[in-house]
Ligand binder design. Structure first.
Ligand SMILES: Nc1ncnc2c1ncn2[C@@H]1O[C@H](COP(=O)(O)OP(=O)(O)OP(=O)(O)O)[C@@H](O)[C@H]1O
Length: 374
């Protein structure tokens, strides 16, 4: 595999331009080679095509694919065939070998003997992370859809990839099974230092899993960057959507056992959230929906709303003739984490709000609790 001083360690660089049938693709992005990078956009915008180009399954001559310092494709004609690219690929539906046990399915494609001596991903760790240890001696024939998909993810991981590609891995599953698998994917993201490129058209999956997002539309990249940056950019469609939200990665500061409330800190603020106990220092991701955030100009009197933070309006955009979305940077210096507040134009006018105006952002704690923010 070629590695030269001109390459980009710790980075995924992918850019592909060309046509497939009638479809024109001109999509490029760079992202840190760690955590989950979500390719997000409507059906038919080219997400799978980009993933297939990264895998070497589609070949566009005008293409660059540089994964953590290794060049898989370049405009000078470099093009590694798929089997020489150390990647795992998880599809919408798991295709397991029906005549092999779960254990043999998992080990299929795993390096053996000397080649497997220094495997960074250990068998026991993967089966434990994915909760498939009790299934090892079973046949895939009698596994549920969710169990099959967890085995398929395990098999991809045990091939010891440098990059894991996942193409809508939850879309064939029902809502309950999806919500059962999401915590497994969060654990993979948090415990393994393996970059994942994850396709979805479901914003809820992006909010739960993504560290970076590549926003696609009609074969092009609209924007790419850290999830919170894209969510709080009013020029992008995420911020003005009816269900717009920001996700904040917070740290557990305390737990109030008497009231069942976690205190979570984030740059410029802290939030009280109804939740089960979590160890101090643990990372916790919360989701704050734009319609749950209200603004005041002056600190309010006694209120049932537990979460109150000073901040500053940094940008705003009309959604239609009646509603506006404001981006508020939290903290007394107005430099902290950003949240969205969706409000009526009437409130906007009556409070004389505008960019650079100091405000207090309020969020009910119950809006951040189980089933809402968590
Ligand atoms: N090899 C090909 N030849 C012709 N057209 C193609 C080829 N590959 C993809 N396309 C077309 O490119 C477009 C983008 O498809 P792609 O599957 O990448 O979109 P997507 O964003 O992943 O959509 P979905 O979420 O529905 O899977 C589609 O119109 C598809 O028909």
């Amino acid at each position: 595999m070629s590695q030269s001083p001109g390459t980009h360690p710790h980075t995924i660089r992918a850019a592909f331009r060309g046509t497939l049938g009638k479809f024109a693709l001109d999509a490029g992005f760079s992202a840190p080679a760690k955590g989950v990078t979500a390719l997000f956009g409507p059906s038919g915008c080219g997400k799978t095509t980009v993933l297939r180009c990264i895998a070497g399954l589609n070949r566009l001559a005008d293409g660059v694919c540089d994964i953590d310092g290794d060049v898989w494709q370049d405009r000078d004609g470099t093009f590694l065939p798929t089997h020489r690219r150390p990647l795992g690929y998880v599809f919408q539906e798991a295709s397991l070998f029906p005549h092999l046990t779960v254990r043999k399915n998992l080990l299929f494609g795993a390096p053996r003997g000397d080649a497997g001596k220094n495997n960074p991903v250990a068998f026991d760790e993967v089966t434990d992370l994915l909760g498939v240890t009790p299934l090892l001696d079973r046949s895939p024939r009698n596994l549920s859809g969710g169990e099959r998909q967890r085995v398929a993810i395990g098999r991809a991981l045990l091939s010891q990839p440098k990059l894991l590609l996942m193409d809508e891995p939850l879309s064939a599953l029902d809502r309950v099974t999806k919500s059962e698998i999401l915590p497994f994917l969060e654990r993979l993201r948090d415990r393994l230092s393996l970059p994942i490129v994850y396709i979805t058209h479901d914003i809820a999956e992006v909010e739960r899993l993504a560290d970076q997002v590549v926003l696609m539309e009609k074969g092009r990249v609209l924007a790419a960057g850290p999830l919170a940056d894209l969510q709080s950019d009013p020029s992008l469609p995420l911020a003005t959507a009816r269900d717009a939200a920001v996700t904040l990665d917070t740290t557990v500061e305390a737990y109030d056992r008497a009231y069942g409330l976690l205190t979570l800190t984030v740059r410029g603020s802290r939030f009280f959230v109804p939740a089960t106990p979590s160890p101090v220092g643990e990372r916790r991701r919360i989701r704050i929906i734009s319609t749950d955030v209200s603004l005041t100009r002056a600190p309010p009197g006694p209120s049932s709303i537990l979460n109150l933070s000073p901040g500053r309006i940094v940008s705003a955009k009309p959604i239609d003739s009646n509603e506006i979305v404001a981006v508020v940077a939290l903290g007394s210096d107005g430099e902290g984490a950003r949240v969205l507040s969706r409000l009526t134009r009437k409130s906007w006018d009556e409070l004389r709000l505008g960019v650079d105006v100091a405000v207090f952002a309020q969020v009910k704690a119950v809006a951040l609790g189980p089933g809402r923010g968590e």
